[in-house]
Design a protein around this ligand. Structure first.
Ligand SMILES: [Zn+2]
Length: 257
């Protein structure tokens, strides 16, 4: 129990750091330079107001200085960090795999935040991430290097071929190049065998949410699908996490998955 609580608290703190990365990367600011600031009034945030989740709740989601609302993304990413740390500890207690899949989860959280806010899956995260996934498979035995390399090449290759075909047929951009590199990253960490699940589940989730967004917003105009297009990165990340944490249970239910 104490271990779970500790994992949750460490996850909250790491989530807080991932928020800094999501905020500063698009601005070109270094993650380590200077204290965190309010995004509206730029007032430095004291350590007392920077406690994950608690500060947001105590200040009712507003900056102490300018009283402007703090984006919901901050507590959401902190909570995601805490919950993912719980899931990681429960799945791989005390194992070296915490390092492997911890860095994988951190990359997915940052990419999800950036894709939702900026429609941006930066190379500076995806490319080193692919290299890290391949390196981990060389050092640790959870995945053979061949499985990891085949996952990265086929994941990226398959999406690249889809993107290329779609553009040739329609003359429009469908997926972005960032989605291609994100699937290569997922393939490098989870291996070739995870790709069918990740592609099917992310496409299904993306379609469901896409239809829901169109129905709720009611602003569907034929030929103007970009107006309602939603970023695909978060669905890829969500499907990868479902595979990572749900795969043992899934394999018992559906042998061969
Ligand atoms: Zn402020």
């Amino acid at each position: 129990m104490a271990a779970l609580l500790l994992a949750f608290l460490v996850g909250l703190a790491l989530g807080s750091f991932l928020n800094v990365v999501i905020t500063r990367l698009p601005l070109g600011e270094a993650f380590w330079a200077g204290r965190s600031r309010c995004p509206h009034c730029r007032a430095p945030i004291s350590w007392r107001d920077n406690v994950p989740l608690l500060s947001f709740l105590r200040q009712r989601g507003r900056c102490r200085i300018c009283h402007d609302p703090i984006p919901r993304r901050y507590p959401a990413v902190e909570l995601a960090g805490g919950l993912l740390a719980l899931a990681l500890w429960t799945s791989f207690p005390g194992s070296y795999l915490l390092l492997v899949y911890g860095s994988f989860c951190a990359a997915l959280v940052v990419l999800t935040g950036l894709d939702l806010e900026h429609r941006w899956l930066p190379d500076v995260i995806t490319l080193p991430g692919i290299a890290l996934g391949l390196a981990f498979s060389l050092i640790f035995p959870q995945l053979s290097f061949f499985e990891s390399l085949a996952g990265a090449l086929l994941g990226g290759g398959l999406f690249y071929a889809l993107m290329w075909t779609y553009e040739r047929l329609t003359g429009r951009m469908g997926m972005g190049g960032g989605d291609v590199k994100l699937l290569a990253l997922i393939g490098a960490f989870l291996g070739l065998k995870a790709l069918p699940f990740v592609i099917l589940v992310s496409a299904a989730l993306g379609s469901l949410v896409g239809i829901a967004v169109v129905l709720i917003s009611g602003n569907w105009r034929p030929g103007d699908w970009r107006a309602t297009a939603i970023p695909f990165g978060p669905f890829l990340a969500g499907a990868a996490l479902l595979y990572l944490f749900g795969h043992p249970a899934l394999a018992r239910l559906l042998p061969g998955v």
